[in-house]
Design a protein around this ligand. Structure first.
Ligand code: TA6
Length: 293
């Protein structure tokens, strides 16, 4: 399996390996290092050259394929949060539970390397989402890290899509962390029955927090001590900020109790009123870029 992938997608910057039940793909070039797994097409690590990992992955994450790896950039599609009408279908859609195919590995301009994974319907996705689709996730390691999720409607019906690149950032301390770029934006607070507020000052994180900022297309900057993590968004009208806090974290079997200090999710997405219609034959690409200064 690993040797077949290595032969088929031979590229000097890309190495395939196995971790427990999961296929891991490491990209390494002059710009840094990135690791993803075909399980859920989840990006798990991004280390810019000379820097530290930008992404957080739980020390107790599982790699046996029974559930998504806790951390990195899980792909939430075709719904974000609980299913809109049938909560028993689970949170955050079908894509993060499936094993994706490697589609292409290639060099791009300016020394960038790109890996594209894809997902087509199978029995498990059809049971929850009975539609024909194709999903692509492109990870490009260049001067910045780019993640692009493209959904293609191959069915005869129009869909309503909500989605997110549910990114877990690694930070030195979440309590009091400054997050800029959300000022003046309306948000809905899940921890307060989705009551609506408007962000005034730059956000000073006070866990727990679980908020969907709407009609927000601009970039966001996490100020993590001396480093600034700049998150750009493409075709994303919602930004989600989540940290479970000291009590909430206890509900997560794959997250040690003290680890909420080390992470914050800042997610590029389209959720709540920013869900959109995707007509038969249409494609939509949701993108996120990460740059560290
Ligand atoms: O994006 C925030 C959120 O939807 C939270 O409400 C929280 O439940 C989190 O995602 C994790 O969800 P998961 O299904 O991965 O446990």
């Amino acid at each position: 399996m690993i040797s077949t992938l290595q032969q088929r997608f031979a590229h000097p910057d890309v190495t395939f390996s196995q971790r427990d039940q999961l296929v891991m793909i490491e990209i390494a070039n002059a710009h840094g290092r990135a690791t993803l797994t075909t399980h859920g097409a989840t990006l798990l690590s991004y280390v810019p050259t000379g820097g530290e990992d930008v992404l957080w992955v739980s020390e107790t994450a599982v790699y046996d394929g029974t559930k998504p790896v806790r951390g990195g950039v899980p792909v939430c599609w075709p719904w974000f949060g609980p299913h809109p009408t049938e909560p028993s279908k689970g949170a955050h859609g079908v894509a993060r539970h499936q094993v994706w195919e490697v589609e292409t590995v290639q060099s791009l301009s300016r020394g960038a390397t790109q890996v594209v994974l894809s997902l087509s319907p199978n029995a498990a996705t059809r049971a929850l989402w009975p539609h024909e689709f194709k999903l692509d996730l492109a990870v490009t390691l260049g001067e910045e890290l780019r993640v692009e999720l493209t959904g293609h409607n191959l069915s005869g019906e129009e869909w309503t899509i909500s989605e997110a690149l549910h990114t877990y950032f690694r930070v030195a301390e979440a309590e009091g962390l400054t997050i800029r770029g959300l000022e003046g934006t309306r948000y809905f607070d899940k921890n307060r029955d989705f009551a609506e507020f408007t962000q005034g000052e730059p956000l000073s994180l006070d866990p727990p927090m679980d908020c969907v900022y709407v009609d927000h297309t601009g970039s966001v900057v996490i100020e993590d001590g001396g480093r600034k993590i700049e998150i750009g968004k493409q075709n994303s009208a919602s930004t989600i900020v989540w940290n479970p806090g000291a009590e909430g974290v206890k509900a997560f079997a794959d997250m040690p109790d003290d680890q909420y200090h080390r992470m914050v999710c800042v997610e590029a997405g389209n959720a709540l009123g920013n869900s959109y219609q995707l007509a038969p034959g249409e494609k939509h690409t949701l993108g996120m870029t990460i740059r560290v200064r």
